[in-house]
Unconditional design. Structure first.
Lengths: 726, 487
């Protein structure tokens, strides 16, 4: 049967196709001919693109979709025509982009979807976003789209742990957690964007089987468990009554979904469980019957619908959804619902209520110390990735010898743990968040102790171990003398002394071999000079100055680097006699330099450290060159050469633009999407809150969590329309 | 429902393009290839991973020891050579097998096992970063109720408390595929509908889960529009697919009834790990025989060092008298991997056990006639045996050996011993310390594990240039299959 919607669509397609061709000739063709076809036409096809044959008619030529998406992107980001060529006027571009958006729907969707991805967050021009006029023109309520948001894998795993513990079944053999059969993308970008994730068939199947495994654990895991009602009912001789079943179901809803079931849901679930119990008996029946509750879609997808009205106006999230959103905004673990009580008391209905609830929260914990703030900074700086950068075991040994890295931090096998370099950065960040003043400035410039142990620390540790070993012997002697059972073997003390002598010798050798008594090295400042960040942006065998520069360009300056063109061979020449800086001369070729000038001079100052993040003064027996330059930052005060990493970092830390970009990233992390110009007021307010409160992360977060973008939603289907349809 | 012009355009464009184009949710890589699957009937794959390493000399005839030092590809007829003592249990298949040496998988970080790394040819990780080969070949098969089946084997206690595990296989980045560790659950999931009694009722109850979840999803879906609705539809379609898989199983009831394994006491009352190893393998093989799937992955050890069946190997409470550091050492699963695979007799026992389990897969396939075809099922199967940990437990992955048994309907050469030039030297090739080698640059004709997996896709009629050699891995190997393996 064909419904009304299909007929309307078909009519529109027919009428649009008729006029599209005429518009194309007027709106787009002239621009292409004037500015593009010289390089992308019959004579030349730069980048393998040719525009002179484009028809703009996707129904007849669906293969044109990708080309139109590329044209739209280049026009919107002002990336083409090339810099020295005459540029089309603003109205010309606007006419063309409007035509493409309206007529080549596929291209528009492709580009729109691409711009939604985290790596394209900076596509909104920074200056316009922070222009007060843009904020004035923004919608009255700049809401986020209504959506469902898949939970984090870690939240799902923690939720299992919490449930097993709360119900007395934690002491079970084997791993206590069943891993989530879903994950986050591994790229070095903000990870948890709501639009990126859903679940597929094998994953839903895995989750249903996980639910069953958990129920089996709950019933069979600990024979002494007397806290679980499910276990009690499973082992009882009589079948459970409705009241007991309701209690079990409501309890599962509260734990796993964070709400009570509605009446019809409860009735349906009760009848399903009862039916299974009748077929299988209590134990198996409860297992089969309760899986659909524990694998309920809302366990994995959280609702953010708002309370949509027929008028289409944005609406504030209802209390239940708001409590859940606040929980997810502040904690990673899925094990408690701090804001649920406000729902029960009817105190989570408005922005003022949220302000009050956050103030309550802050009585116990600063917002800057919320779990999610650490996660944000991990994703922003990407420093935990250093765990995954493979370093050759021989190089590790060499480093350990020369720089006193007495740990296995860079061991290739250590994939699953947090190593010391990452732990150290985590601690530094934690301290800054505790102080919660000038947060980004501190993150970029704080002088830190470093875990590469200095001579003094090594000596202290040796003395500590010596005292401990000798104390142990003394205690043993004393204890044996007291009981009079037997004596300490004669050579025991001698053996300990011998072992300590050996340690002392090894330590002396190590200290003698080191290049510098202080592995911190002079002038190490901020996260960007920490081992974890430097290693993150290194390869297996050398520094990655280009990636470091790209990070600075995107995360601090809010710039964009176009994708590497497919025709480019992006490898540096291999030559062991040349430094990385010398080999990177290759990128100075005119076609490469256009993009590399935005990255390389920002990354090269970090050549002050080797690819393990150890300070060095020479490279290939020549003094290290650590100069660089800030080019086209968007803030003229920032631009200019820098003598080394300290000057670079210091200058960046003093720039207002850098702090603004930091706020943009924070917005994206907590809203789970890229900002648009509509969010201009929200972002400007957040920056103002951050700045006026001496760079306080708490203030920034408070501003974001009470903003329109966080509280309001638009676009869900109102209930009245549902009833129309049904 | 009201509909704006803008939305009409959106729907119209969707209708014109036929589907969501460029959706980030589309199954990755090989989706398009599914339509070009082979029409010549099933080409089955069995991947058998045994943890803690496969010492190259365990599958290298003694007289060929020197071939390890080569800078050319060595291709020898196995007919004149006898397998060494460690691989005696598979000697009978010598003319139906190809042994491959010198494959490089250093980039998988094989040391201690490579979860989600081995079958993908990428760096191991807690979460997968790329699709694995078992998933990739399953996408090229004619439609079966399950695209592939995974069985995860470990110590009995681990299997009992984690009946589902995730370690070897993935459909793509961040999409691990589950393995059944509890054979009862595997049996009921697949053969429940013909098992009679409670197993059958259980199968129906499991199928009913999806109706419940679909009803719950509908409540969420009705409030969504546009992109969000499309995103949620992927989930709903997944639920429908999962349910459909079960209905497909009901449809082949006759075949299931004929092939179902003997559900004996080993399933219900296992006395040792080996009972569930056998039970799990039996379910997997029966699934192949019944046509439930054409791809079976058995991850024996769950891609880590702690999954050896010590009780069955007779090593429970065993001690190595002159162990590491010259002291007596208790042998646990991990420590077993530390022991020299060449010198220690326990490694003869252990390797024999793994090959006996492998034979438990091969033998039934060899004795079952190909349904509707000629020869046995084994004639249309390729069995791949290796270790996810490379050459030893503490490995570099630059001497990774593989044993292929069967020829996939005549597509793979058999009876061959093939040694590729290695990518590094071993400090002491005669000892158990194969892993302590030094990595060097790629020799001419040296190949990676990714090329081996690409060869399987070629054999399936999907001539890819490479398998997962993109991003940071691009260029570490030349393109194309290992020609020496194909007929």
């Amino acid at each position: 049967m064909i419904d009304m919607r299909t007929i309307v669509c078909l009519l529109i397609v027919v009428s649009c196709t008729a006029t599209a061709s005429a518009d194309f000739q007027q709106s787009v063709r002239p621009l292409l001919e004037k500015h593009c076809i010289a390089c992308h036409g019959p004579k030349k096809q730069e980048g393998d693109r040719r525009f002179d044959r484009l028809t703009g008619n996707l129904s007849a030529h669906p293969e044109e979709g990708d080309v139109w998406a590329a044209i739209l992107e280049q026009l919107e980001t002002d990336a083409m025509p090339p810099e020295k060529q005459p540029r089309p006027g603003a109205s010309e571009v606007a006419t063309a982009t409007t035509w493409i958006k309206e007529n080549v729907g596929q291209a528009y969707r492709l580009i729109a979807r691409k711009m939604m991805r985290p790596e394209n967050g900076n596509h909104v021009p920074h200056d316009r976003l922070f222009d007060p006029k843009t904020a004035e023109q923004a919608p009255k309520i700049a809401a986020s789209p209504a959506r469902i948001w898949r939970v984090l894998p870690q939240s799902y795993e923690d939720q299992q742990k919490w449930w097993l513990r709360a119900k007395g079944a934690a002491k079970v053999r084997g791993d206590s957690v069943l891993p989530a059969p879903f994950g986050l993308h591994p790229e070095h970008e903000l990870k948890n964007y709501s639009f990126l994730y859903t679940l597929e068939a094998s994953q839903t199947e895995g989750l249903a089987n996980n639910a069953r495994s958990l129920l089996i654990r709950m019933i069979d895991g600990d024979p002494k468990n007397d806290r679980s009602l499910i276990r009690k009912l499973a082992l009882a001789k009589e079948p459970p009554g409705d009241e007991e079943l309701d209690k079990v179901i409501v309890d599962l809803y509260r734990h796993w979904i964070g709400r009570d079931p509605e009446d019809d849901e409860l009735a349906s679930k009760r009848s399903f469980v009862a039916k299974q119990i009748k077929t299988f008996g209590n134990r198996e029946g409860l297992i089969y019957g309760l899986v659909p509750v524990m694998a309920h879609p809302e366990v994995f997808f959280r609702r953010e619908y708002g309370a949509p009205q027929a008028s289409g106006e944005p609406s504030i999230l209802p209390p239940q959804e708001l409590a859940d959103a606040l929980n997810r905004a502040l904690q990673v673990r899925g094990n408690s619902n701090h804001f649920a009580r406000y729902v029960a008391n009817g105190r989570l209905d408005s922005r003022d209520d949220v302000v009050a609830a956050l103030a309550d929260y802050e009585k116990h914990r600063k917002l800057s110390r919320a779990e999610t703030v650490h996660r944000f900074l991990e994703e922003y700086f990407v420093y935990p990735h250093s765990l995954h950068v493979f370093k050759c075991p021989d190089d590790v040994k060499q480093q350990q010898k020369e720089n006193g890295l007495l740990f296995r931090g860079f061991d290739a096998t250590k994939t699953f743990g947090r190593d010391k370099a990452v732990g150290e950065t985590h601690k530094v960040i934690d301290k800054i968040l505790e102080e919660d003043r000038r947060v980004l400035t501190q993150l970029l410039t704080v002088r830190t102790d470093y875990m590469g142990k200095s001579d003094a620390v090594l000596e202290y540790e040796f003395q500590y171990n010596k005292r401990k070993a000798e104390g142990n012997i003394d205690r043993m002697e004393k204890e044996l003398a007291r009981t009079g059972e037997k004596k300490l073997p004669d050579d025991k003390r001698a053996k300990v002394t011998q072992e300590l002598e050996k340690q002392r010798k090894r330590l002396a050798e190590l200290i003698a071999q080191r290049k510098s008594p202080d592995p911190i090295g002079p002038d190490r400042m901020g996260v960007l000079t920490q081992r974890s960040w430097l290693v993150t942006h290194s390869t297996n065998t050398e520094n990655h100055a280009i990636h470091r520069g790209k990070w600075v360009r995107e995360r601090l300056l809010g710039g964009r680097i176009p994708d590497v063109p497919i025709t480019v061979d992006a490898a540096l020449p291999e030559d062991p006699t040349k430094t990385l800086r010398q080999r990177m001369q290759k990128t100075r070729n005119s076609e490469c330099w256009k993009c590399h000038r935005l990255m390389d001079p920002l990354g090269l100052p970090f050549e002050q450290w080797d690819h393990f993040g150890s300070y060095r003064e020479t490279e290939l027996d020549r003094p290290v060159v650590a100069s660089g330059e800030i080019i086209d930052s968007g803030d003229p005060k920032l631009d200019g050469p820098v003598s080394g990493p300290q000057e670079l970092v210091q200058r960046l830390a003093n720039s207002e633009r850098v702090h603004q970009v930091f706020v943009r990233y924070a917005f994206r992390f907590w809203m789970g999407r890229n900002e648009t110009l509509d969010d201009s007021r929200t972002i400007q307010n957040a920056y103002k809150a951050y700045k006026e409160n001496d760079g306080s992360m708490s203030s920034l977060l408070r501003s974001l969590l009470t903003s329109d973008a966080f509280l309001y939603r638009t676009g869900a289907v109102p209930k009245e329309e549902l009833s129309d349809e049904n | 429902m009201k509909i704006s012009r803008r939305e009409s355009m959106k729907y119209a464009a969707l209708a014109a393009s036929g589907a969501m184009v460029g959706s980030p949710f589309a199954p990755p890589v090989l989706q398009a290839a599914a339509t070009t699957s082979d029409k010549g009937g099933p080409r089955r794959f069995v991947f058998f991973l045994f943890s803690n390493g496969l010492h190259p000399n365990h599958v290298r005839p003694k007289e060929l020891l020197e071939t390890a030092k080569t800078d050319k590809v060595i291709d020898v007829d196995m007919a004149a050579h006898k397998l060494p003592e460690w691989s005696a249990p598979i000697e009978a298949y010598r003319d139906r097998m190809t042994i491959i040496h010198g494959v490089n998988g250093e980039h998988c970080n094989t040391n201690h096992g490579s979860p989600f790394g081995c079958l993908a040819g990428v760096k191991k990780g807690k979460s997968p970063s790329a699709p694995t080969i078992d998933h990739a070949v399953s996408q090229l098969q004619p439609k079966t109720p399950l695209p592939m089946l995974g069985i995860g084997l470990s110590q009995l206690g681990t299997m009992q408390t984690s009946p589902i595990s995730y370690s070897s296989s993935a459909a793509g980045e961040a999409k691990p595929l589950p393995l059944f560790s509890d054979p009862r659950m595997a049996y009921q999931n697949i053969f429940g509908c013909v098992a009679g009694g409670k197993s059958e009722a259980g199968f129906l109850a499991e199928t009913a889960w999806y109706d419940q979840m679909l009803a719950d999803s509908d409540r969420l879906r009705r409030r969504l529009a546009g992109e969000e609705a499309a995103k949620f539809d992927v989930y709903i379609n997944g639920l429908k697919q999962a349910k459909q898989q079960r209905l497909d199983l009901v449809r082949i009831k006759d075949k299931l009834a004929k092939a179902k394994p003997d559900y004996n006491d080993r399933f219900e009352n296992p006395q040792e790990s080996g009972d569930w190893w056998q039970a799990g393998i039996d379910v997997g093989v029966a699934a192949l025989q019944a046509g439930v799937t054409n791809v079976l992955t058995i991850d024996a050890g769950l891609s880590g060092p702690d999954g050896m069946p010590l009780d069955t190997l007779g090593l429970q409470g065993a001690v190595q008298q002159n162990g590491e550091g010259g002291k007596p050492r208790a042998i646990n699963s991990h420590y077993l991997g530390h022991m020299n695979q060449m010198d220690e007799s326990v490694w003869v026992t252990t390797r024999h056990y793994s090959f006996k389990m492998l034979d438990r897969v091969i033998k039934p396939l060899a004795s079952t006639p190909e349904p509707g075809g000629q020869g046995s099922m084994l004639d249309n199967t390729l069995v791949v045996y290796t270790s996810d940990s490379g050459e030893v437990q503490h490995s570099t992955g630059i001497h990774w050996p593989f044993v292929l048994i069967g020829n996939l309907g005549g597509r793979f050469r058999t009876g061959r011993y093939i040694q590729y030039p290695t990518w590094g030297t071993s400090l002491n090739p005669g000892s158990g310390q194969w892993g302590k080698g030094r990595f060097q640059k790629r020799p001419d004709n040296g190949r990676t594990i990714n090329a081996l997996w690409a060869t399987m896709l070629h054999a399936m009629g999907k001539p890819v240039d490479h398998f997962n050699l993109d991003g940071g891995r691009a260029g570490i190997d030349k393109l194309g299959p290992m020609e020496e393996l194909l007929t």
